[in-house]
Design a protein around this ligand. Structure first.
Ligand SMILES: [Zn+2]
Ligand SMILES: [Zn+2]
Length: 127
């Protein structure tokens, strides 16, 4: 059920000489992932798509469930889904909050001290 709207990640246009540059953002964390070079086409959709296909896309993973384009930090490669759809319950490789790499078995992020485990909405609901 990939939503047709998610043809590219979230983006922002940066007007530039002779065309536009495109900044692409992770649709889950909202983090800036990359900014393209300058592109110009006679219609905006084509221009965006060219920038996306030739540069943006390479830096993203698509969630096979919700169809969002996300950064690898919030992507669960074992199941090809974003961590929103497929939480990394067993062991966290990255901190969802600050993106720091986690050591095997860490329960709390050593950088921001937030919980690394994503599982079941829970008892300890505080994040
Ligand atoms: Zn997802
Ligand atoms: Zn952290």
């Amino acid at each position: 059920m990939i939503n047709e709207k998610h043809k590219t990640a979230a983006y922002k246009i940066i007007p530039s000489q002779g065309g536009n540059r495109y900044s692409f953002f992770c649709e889950l964390s909202g983090m800036l992932v990359c900014t393209s070079g300058t592109y110009y086409a006679d219609n905006p959709e084509k221009e965006l798509f060219t920038a996306w296909e030739s540069e943006g896309k390479n830096n993203f993973n698509v969630c096979h469930r919700c169809g969002r384009w996300v950064d690898s930090v919030v992507y669960n490669p074992d199941v090809l889904m974003c961590v929103d759809c497929a939480p990394l319950e067993e062991e966290a490789k990255y901190c969802k909050h600050c993106g720091a790499r986690a050591k095997n078995g860490d329960i709390v992020c050593s950088v921001c001290e937030k919980k690394l485990l994503y599982g079941g909405a829970g008892e300890n609901g505080e994040i």
